[in-house]
Design a binder for this molecule. Sequence first.
Ligand code: ADP
Length: 540
Amino acid sequence: MIEDPMSLFQASLEGNDSGIAILVIDVSQKKYEILLKNSIFTSLETEFEFSFFLKNKIERNDFQTEIIYKTDGKILETSFGHFAFHGDSEGKQYSKFFIRDITIKQKQEEEIAWRLRFELGVASSIQILIQKPSIRESLPQALYQLLYFTEMDSIFFLKNISSGDKDLFEIWVNERKSTDYPLLSDKFKSLDWKSQGLNRWIHKLKNGKVIYLKKEKALPKELWYFEESKAETILFIPVKFENHFLGIMGFQKYTPNFVIHHENLLIYQTVSRWMGLFVQRDLDLTELNRYKSTLESLILERTLDLSRTKEELERAYKAKTEFLAHVSHELRTPLNSIIGFSKLIQLPENDITGKEYLQYIYSGGTRLLKMINEILSLMKIESGQLNLQISEFKPEEIARQSLELIQPQADAKGMEIRFFPPIQSKNIRSDAGKIQQILLNLLSNAIKYGDHSYVEFHCEWIEGRVTFSVRDFGPGITEEDQSRIFHSFTRLNDDGKIEGSGLGLSISQGLAEKLGGNIELTSLWGEGSTFILKIPENIK
Ligand code: ADP
C-alpha cells in the first residue's frame, strides 16, 4: 500500500548521475515552478544559478540541449524532457529538466581529438620528408607542419657538426607558430655547448635520452639558456641513426606551467626516429653525389687528355704518311733510272764480275722499287687517298690475267697452278686493277710459301658475291698467327730465305675492304692454307 506517492516519486529521482528537477511551465506567462528536485540538482544549484538560465530558456521557448562552460572549468550539460500529465491544465507544460557534469568526459574527448590531430601532423610531416629529394629543403617544411599540430610554440633542428672535443651545431630549421614567439638567436650558431655549461644536456642527448626541462628545474649554469631563449619549457629530442648522433630536434614553450604528457613524448620521439632516417639518407646521397661528380670530372679530364693525345697522334700520323709518300715518290724516280740503265749498260762479254754486279744492281733495284710501291699503297689506303677506278668486267677475266702474270714465278719454282673458272659468267662492277693486285699477292704467297706440288685457284659465285680462293699445300699457318699476318710488316719465320716485306697481306686486306669485301683465311698447321677474297657484285 503506497502511503505517500509524492515521496515515492521524489525518491525515484535519486540514484541517478544527473541532477533532475520536475518543472511546470506556464507557457503564456513564461514562468516556471520547480515541483520536485533531486539532491544532485540541489548541490549543483549551489554552484550555478539555474533560475536565470531556466528563465532565459523558457522566455525564448528554447528547450534544446545546451552545454554550460563555467568559469572554474567545469562543463555542464542541460536538457529538457516534456511529458504529459494526467489532469494537465490548459497553458501548463510539465518537463523533466536534466543537468549533468560532463567535465571529465569532455576533457577526454578533447584529448583524443588533440592526439588525433597531432598524429595527423606527424603523418603529414613524414610525408613531406618522403616526397622531397633534399632534406635541406624538406626539413623546414616538415617541421613547421609538425609544429602546427603540436602543443609547442617553436621548433628547431640543430645539425651536429662537432669536431674534435667541441660540441658544435648548425641551425638547419628555426620555426615558430607566431611572430609573438622569439626564434633561436644567432648566438646558437656555432656555440660550443660543452664549454657553455650545457654538458649535462649534451651527454644525455648523445646517449639517446630526451631532455624535458622547465626553467625552475634547470641548474644555475643552465639558466642562461632559458633567459637567452625566453623559453619556459624545453623539449630536446636526439636525432640518431644507428649509433650516429645527427642532431637535436628542439621544441620550446614560452608560457609557464606547461605539462607534456608521456604519450605525447613518445610521439615526438617517433618523429625524431623518422628524421634520423631521412637525415642519414640525405647525407649518404650527398656523399654519393660527391663521389659521382669527382668521378665525372675525372672522366672528363681523362677524356680531354685522350682526345688531345688522339689529335696529336693523328697529326703525327698524317705527317708521317705525308713524309713517307713524299720520300717514296722522290725515291722512285731515281730508282727507275737505276733499274733502266742497269739493263742498258753493255759490258764486254768476258767481264763476268762486272755483269754479276750489274745483275745485283738490277735485282736489288727492283726489290727496292717493289717495296717502295708497297709502302706507297699502304700509305694511300691508310690516309684514305686511294682512288678507285670502277668499271664493268667479268671476274674470271681478271683471274686469268693474274694467272698469266704470275705464271713465270710459278714456273721458276716448278709449280703448277690449277684454275677453276665459275660456272656462271656474269659481270661485276668494281676496280679490276685492285682485284688483280690482291690476287697477284695471294698467288705469289701461295707459290712462295706453298710446297712444290701445285696451287688451286678457284673463281666462283657464292651468295651473290664473287669469291676467289687460292689454296696451297704448304706448311699452313697456326691459328695464333692467322690474324697476325694481316698486320703490316709481320713475317713468320723470317730467315731471309724467302723475299718479302710483310706488307702484301695488310695491303690486300685494306684494298679488299675498300672494294666492300674482305679476305678470309682457313688454314691447318701442316696441311696448307686457303686465302679467300670475297667481293660484292656491285661496289657501293
Ligand atoms: P710477305 O709475303 O711480303 O712477307 P705478306 O703480308 O704477304 O708479306 O705475308 C705475311 C706473312 O704471312 C709472310 O711473311 C708469311 O710468313 C705468311 N704467309 C703469307 N701467305 C702464306 C701462305 N700461303 N702460307 C704460309 N704462310 C704465309
